[in-house]
Design a protein around this ligand. Sequence first.
Ligand code: GTP
Ligand code: ZN
Length: 421
Amino acid sequence: MEKPKTTSKYKHIVLTSHPGRTSQKPVSINWGEIDAMKRGPIIGTLTNPAQKNVIGTHSGSYSVYRALAIASGSLQANHRPDLTNTSPVVHIGPYPSWSDRDKIVSLDPFGAVVGEVFQDYYQKEYDIRPTIAITKAHINMPELQEVVNQGILQVDGKILKDNGNLVVTKIAVDPVWYLPGIAKRLNVPESYLRQVLFQQTGGMFPELVTRPDLQVFLPPIGGNTVYIIGDVEAISDPDKVLAVRVHDECNGSDVFGSDICTCRPYLVHGIEVCIQTAQAGGVGVIVYLRKEGRALGEVTKFLVYNARKRQEGGDRADAYFTRTECVAGVQDMRFQELMPDVLHWLGITRIDRLVSMSDMKYNAIVNSGIEVIERIAIPDDRIPEDAQVEIAAKQAAGYYTPNTVPDAIALSQIKGRSLSE
Ligand SMILES: Nc1nc2c(ncn2[C@@H]2O[C@H](COP(=O)(O)OP(=O)(O)OP(=O)(O)O)[C@@H](O)[C@H]2O)c(=O)[nH]1
Ligand SMILES: [Zn+2]
């Protein structure tokens, strides 16, 4: 093995599995406190281990790329972000839900405003990083222009501009898990959850099992992005109509337009409903969650596509979920019970138009205390031909549909394309 040229970068390793020997105690976190200073900052920094008061580190899965940048010498390990002019372009909250330690357990309600509410700590040289960033953008999806051309949507010059440009407020949210709350949602003992998290990450975070005093975990996973169409303040205004689509990532369809599922067309329809709602004086919210392939991952998803299309009788709606289960051992790992957290963070208590057919999403939202007035299905003419298998299988499995639920005979007859077509 090639010897390192210099040993100066190789510091001795300090294990985090037990409290440090320094007398300085990290700032405690009192989850669910509405007063930010009483709640305490989330500190996932590695620049000063004595300050760190969580398990894991900030930036989710990108912490691994940070390691590559440091290892290759392009990033200084002690770099501290210059946060000048990075503060949110709009204010969210605080809302009563922020003070309920059971309502929000998977994100930090103060994640966008750390620079504001934790000024005292910054003055004392604490390294606190935002876990939420809020900005504005124009987005453009070609289908929106088509809907304008068909006369379904109108350009208003403020929300929807010429050539299909849509004005949005967008919010990136990194996950911050309050482990006692996550365990409660899963209905399992916290110690057991910690043990399984430790094991299933290959022993990556020993503090999960050795530091019960650390209750917050920054998991190395993707978070979500919120797109708000219309007036942000209207989201929590009970007199204004609110449309919402919560959408789980499907890169193949969302970005590349694959026709095996309804993801992109339904996302576009959700945006369309949000625009109509905003133009009528309400507001629309799209939440895009990084849970590719029902949180089974894209490799599993593509393996299942092959298995579906190669099985005897070809790709059939009646075998849709079985094929997934054969490969993954489970149909779905999204755990929708955590999804409403972001809705509560936005101050949502009622959704007038929920653009989703999923019973799992609906049940999670309603069980979390948010009222849902109307559920909006994807229009039939937006379903790609090869996605008929998926939509029929979902309807038979309990997804909401205004149409007749396909019976066993119909399910066995709904077929998709073969791999050679
Ligand atoms: N494993 C697997 N995942 C799939 C397949 N087709 C789509 N997905 C994933 O299923 C999820 C679909 O999420 P959403 O678009 O939010 O839709 P939904 O949960 O069916 O609910 P709706 O709101 O009714 O559309 C995404 O994570 C996709 O990547 C498939 O064949 N196999
Ligand atoms: Zn899809």
